[in-house]
Design a protein around this ligand. Structure first.
Ligand code: HEC
Length: 180
């Protein structure tokens, strides 16, 4: 019996010693974890705000699109098929980027992809086909359709005053649009 009591008291005193040794460590540990959590929270906030400010808005994306639309038109004016094909791909990529970055833009009635599908995709498909066939006449008609598509979306998204037209003259003095 005594030996049981002795064993039990030894066990309890070991526990107490263990607890008392451990207690300050735990508080320290908790403090460290809390401090780390606060740091992680503030870093997440910072990354979120940096991400937001690093993303181009629709306006800047449209300016890039405008450049590619212009260059596509200028390449077509000069019958430069290779350049036209390249610029056409750029236009396509711009629309993919627009839909990925702004799948549902505040103020738009439909998802961005829907506008692109309705107003842009048909002319892009035609342009691809006629560019492969080097058909200038049809290519010109499809380019008109693409430009009209830009303006239809501008009307739909309450920006009817952004009117896109076909370029006549180059605004890029450092680039050649004629074929070699
Ligand atoms: C999904 C609908 C949509 C389509 C398709 C679209 N646009 Fe836009 N565009 C907009 C909206 C919305 C704005 C206004 C952006 C803003 O609020 O800054 C705009 C603005 C613009 C601007 C004015 C940008 C500025 O800051 O001066 C240009 C240029 C432009 N678009 C070119 C084009 C061209 C070129 C095409 C076709 C190849 C096109 N857009 C197709 C929705 C569209």
């Amino acid at each position: 019996m005594n030996s049981i009591k002795y064993g039990l008291s030894l066990f309890i005193s070991t526990l107490v010693i263990f607890q008392s040794c451990n207690a300050p460590d735990k508080t320290q540990e908790n403090k460290k974890v809390n401090a780390l959590q606060t740091r992680v929270d503030s870093l997440i906030k910072r990354v979120d705000s940096l991400e937001k400010s690093a993303l181009p808005g629709i306006g800047p994306l449209m300016l890039i699109l405008q450049t590619h639309h212009t260059k596509l038109g200028l390449a077509l004016n000069k019958g430069n098929w290779q350049l036209a094909d390249f610029e056409l791909e750029e236009v396509e990529e711009d629309f993919i980027r627009l839909s990925n970055l702004y799948p549902v833009y505040p103020g738009f009635a439909s998802p961005t992809e829907q506008y692109v599908k309705t107003y842009i995709a048909p002319s892009i498909e035609q342009l691809e086909e006629f560019c492969d066939k080097k058909d200038t006449e049809k290519m010109r008609r499809s380019y008109k359709l693409l430009t009209a598509g830009c303006n239809s979306c501008h009307r739909e998204t309450k920006h009817p005053f952004n009117v896109i037209i076909e370029p006549v003259q180059s605004a890029f003095p450092d680039q050649k649009f004629e074929n070699e």
